[in-house]
Design a protein around this ligand. Structure first.
Ligand SMILES: Cc1ncc(COP(=O)(O)O)c(C=O)c1O
Length: 378
């Protein structure tokens, strides 16, 4: 039976068999493409939608380079909408922007860090327009909406990128709910040495991240931090210039078979609950004031006073806690329009990300939160 399939269909069949468990954690959708990176799939979507330099995609200004880059590369115009303090789009302003620009054909809505962006009120306002929604779930794998449905079922298309959540070097899925826009039968590039080297760099990045978890000397952690950053940049250099579709690599498919997704989710929920119930320090303010179990965060963002952020990072680093930021490759606020994006600017200047991942035990969470609670507001 299998040998009757064309080469590409056979490969596709093989990859889907390998990945069937992760696919069961996505909302049901018959038409999808499982490839290496999210950006290559956005590039595919641009082609399948037939977008040209006469069309515009509307997206947030605080956005991953991987989202904006395929549009720029294919000459499609990009416009930004303004977001609120939670990085959610503002439906009314969005409607006005769309009314005034008939070239807008696609709208990107991201669920930031796993927290649900309300899409229904936006869909309602777009109902009579021919504007498609790309629901970006790269940061919200396994997350559900308030009704308990997996995120990724509201847009016309949904995008997932596995290495944002899981210790895998690649893997991304684009789903299409529009019968007129098929994404499944895409053609893939054959494997190349350059791409294999890029995957090896990501494997090194993952390995170093685990080494850093074990390290309890700040000077050693600093060294590992620099090395892991370098390895990531070497990986990134390839994916950022090559938007061709590749199959997910064998390392990813192998690892997907061994990860216990239920255990992972349970530990993230335990860690997030502990953080929300026990972080009691005015130095930190949750970006999302409340949290519930529908949300399995990638990491938990908090606001700090921007003048104190570097001091807080360095005091914590000396106590073996690494709080990160997501600024590099995310700041696309037009330099001449900074005043139009005050919330995005505030987020860029004053957020910190607290880890709640499954590799942290509850004891480690307790220790971390105890230290966070002792950081002084100066
Ligand atoms: C929200 C979001 N969407 C899409 C992407 C692009 O995914 P990939 O890195 O798999 O190309 C990223 C990458 O950082 C992302 O964070």
């Amino acid at each position: 039976m299998l040998h009757l399939l064309r080469q590409s269909s056979r490969e596709r069949f093989y990859h889907e068999m390998e990945a069937r468990e992760i696919l069961s954690y996505l909302p049901q959708c018959d038409d999808y493409c499982f490839a290496s990176t999210g950006r290559s799939l956005i590039s595919l979507l641009i082609k399948q939608l037939g977008l040209t330099d006469e069309d515009t995609c509307l997206m947030p200004a605080y956005v991953a380079e991987g989202v904006i880059q395929p549009f720029i590369q294919s000459g499609v115009n990009v416009q930004f909408y303004t977001a609120d303090e939670k990085l959610f789009a503002k439906p009314e302003a969005l409607e006005t922007q769309i009314e005034n620009d008939p070239s807008i054909k696609l709208l990107v809505l991201i669920h930031p860090f796993g927290f649900e962006q309300p899409i229904k009120p936006i869909k309602k306002r777009l109902f009579h327009k021919k504007i498609r929604i790309l629901e970006d779930c790269a940061q919200s794998l396994f997350c559900k909406n308030a009704e308990g449905d997996l995120l990724g079922g509201e847009g016309d298309f949904s995008l997932f990128s596995l290495n944002k959540y899981l210790p895998v070097p690649d893997g991304a899925i684009l789903q299409s709910y529009l019968p007129a826009v098929k994404v499944a039968s895409a053609g893939f590039e054959p494997e190349s040495e350059e791409r294999k080297a890029s995957i090896q760099n990501y494997m090194e990045h993952l390995h170093l991240n685990f080494e850093m978890l074990e390290s309890d000397a700040p000077s050693e952690s600093q060294e590992i931090l620099e090395k892991t950053g370098d390895a990531y940049e070497r990986y990134y250099a390839f994916i950022s210039h090559n938007l061709s579709l590749y199959h997910p690599c064998p390392e990813t498919l192998g690892r997907l078979k061994t990860i216990d997704f239920e255990k992972m989710m349970a530990q993230r929920i335990i860690n997030t609950r502990f953080l929300y119930e026990n972080l009691r320090n005015n130095t930190f303010r949750f970006v999302y004031e409340t949290w519930d179990e529908n949300c399995i965060p990638m990491t938990v963002p908090v606001y700090v006073n921007p003048g104190q952020r570097n001091r807080v990072i360095s005091e914590l680093f000396d106590q073996n806690i690494l709080l990160s930021t997501l600024i590099d490759k995310w700041d696309f606020i037009p330099k001449d329009q900074i005043d139009n994006f005050p919330m995005e600017k505030q987020f860029i200047d004053s957020h910190l990300l607290i880890p709640v991942n499954e590799f942290l035990s509850i004891n480690q969470m307790e220790k971390m939160v105890e230290i966070l609670n002792k950081i002084l507001t100066k």
